[in-house]
Design a protein around this ligand. Sequence first.
Ligand code: JFZ
Length: 583
Amino acid sequence: MKKSTLILLSSLMLFSCIRNQPAEQKSTPHDEKMAWWREARFGMFIHWGLYALPAGEWNGEKIPGIGEWIMSNASIPVKDYEKLAGQFNPEKFNAEEWVQIAKNAGMKYLVITSKHHDGFAMFKSKASRYNIADATPFGHDPLKELADACHRNGIRLGFYYSQAQDWHEPGGAFHGIEDGHKHWDPTLPREPMMNYIENKAVPQVKEILENYGGLDILWWDTPYGMAEESAQKLQDIVNQYPSLITNNRLYKPWPGDFGTPEQQVPPTGLDTDWEVCMTMNNTWGYKSYDQDWKSAKTLIRMLTDIASKGGNLLLNVGPTAEGLFPDSSIVRLNQIGMWLKKNGQSIYGTTASPFFKLPWGRCTKRVDENGTTLYLHVFDWPNDQLLRVPGLRSRVSDVYLLSNDGQKFAYKFEKGDLLIHAPNVTFDPINTVIAIKINGKLKVESNMPVFKDGLIFLPAGFADIYNPGYGIHACLKGSGDKAQVSNWADPKVRLEWMFSTPEAGVYTLESLMNIAEPCSLNIKIGLRSVIAGLPSTAGDFKTIRLGEIEITESGNQVISLIPVKENWKSASLISLKLKKKER
Ligand code: JFZ
């Protein structure tokens, strides 16, 4: 659920009725346009272009970084990169097959690179001859076939278009242009960016919107060097297509229809519509030797996590130069599809969790004319046969296994929590979905941590982990009392907890941590901050005193732990404790 909603709601009242879209709120034309997209929850991203040919290697050298950036990362001269077009002949490309794989994975839409930063159009274009139909032995337009296959199969279609970066054109942008850097190829003459916008980007965007039977999504990217005037020329075209959905990457200050967290899942929901774009390994465009694949379990839980926060997942595939999806991608998509066939009802058309944090998993909800259903996504099946649903204040009419509604669960209320009797069988080790039918209105009392006897305990499982898109990700490991934030090695990772306190005052801080080498943490609450020096704990978890900090106002707080990057090495954390200091 959204952090801002939470703070607002719980500061208004402790006992609250939380709904994602209040019934009395009328839907606007924007809501109508977004309706299918919000319902869809899961789509496929496809990064396909000339870069699939070198597949991560140039002149016999493995080039680090994401595959579709090889031209820039290996500083390949424009004339040399152009030669790839002469070899591009994806004879095994089969649009129907691609769409079937997406559909079978439970994906409802597909977004494909029509032109990436390398400037090569993967569609037939009159605006530039540097395109797949005119410059390759393949000689025709695969996106036309893909569009037809999508329409046949009821899959919504989006095109990615790199409107700013175009490494092939004298007026195109590239990484570093804003800092005055030069293009790596000195033989490419320079022209004003507006020339490129007017002569290539604008006509090509018109082409893709006109020639494919209507796109559902236009996915802009990396607005490097974009002037508002250029962005406006493109937006004017978009405005002629009122049902077209666009992202927030046309021009930095413009929000578009949805936000695009990249390679990271935000720890809480966002105030806008949003879609996480994510790779299954570490590259978007095909790299032959990137075999660092996320497991199906990770991906299924990720989709669930995102849905529980109200967002979409756009999961990437990088096809080969032959036109095939990598086998490792197909295998994972198939596993996700099998899970969704049983449990799709708990993902499609659902809205965000009404709960603060659930130590054992996630929750999604459905509110429709048949009433309200909560879907409990159990990642860690309870050992003590009790699944606790904190602060549920509604009446309940049924609790059952979503994949088999004959499997009912006994339940009772205790001290304001719903306790579900979970038998000693794990139904699905990846994610078991239990449905709760709510009788009447949904009411949930927030289980945000509150001070008791001048003390507050903030466990790892309640932390919001802010990971960087590109960098080492920290994660929650283990469950229950042993849950820990581990792999906290990248100083860009910060941890935050929300809690509430009835009293302003000075608080002492301590934490149960495992610290590899002496380092320091910047700790912030509101406008106050302290730097805590952390000793090495010699490979064990130890209680570390972090100093004291003043909380200047009572009510809801956010505490942040931010590594001091100069000396950060690696740490794990089990909990944080705050204690009110007696005067
Ligand atoms: C962009 C592209 O550059 C990339 O090739 C891919 O298409 C991805 C989906 O989108 O990736 C980015 C965007 C922003 C940053 C890094 C990569 N960034 O801000 O560091």
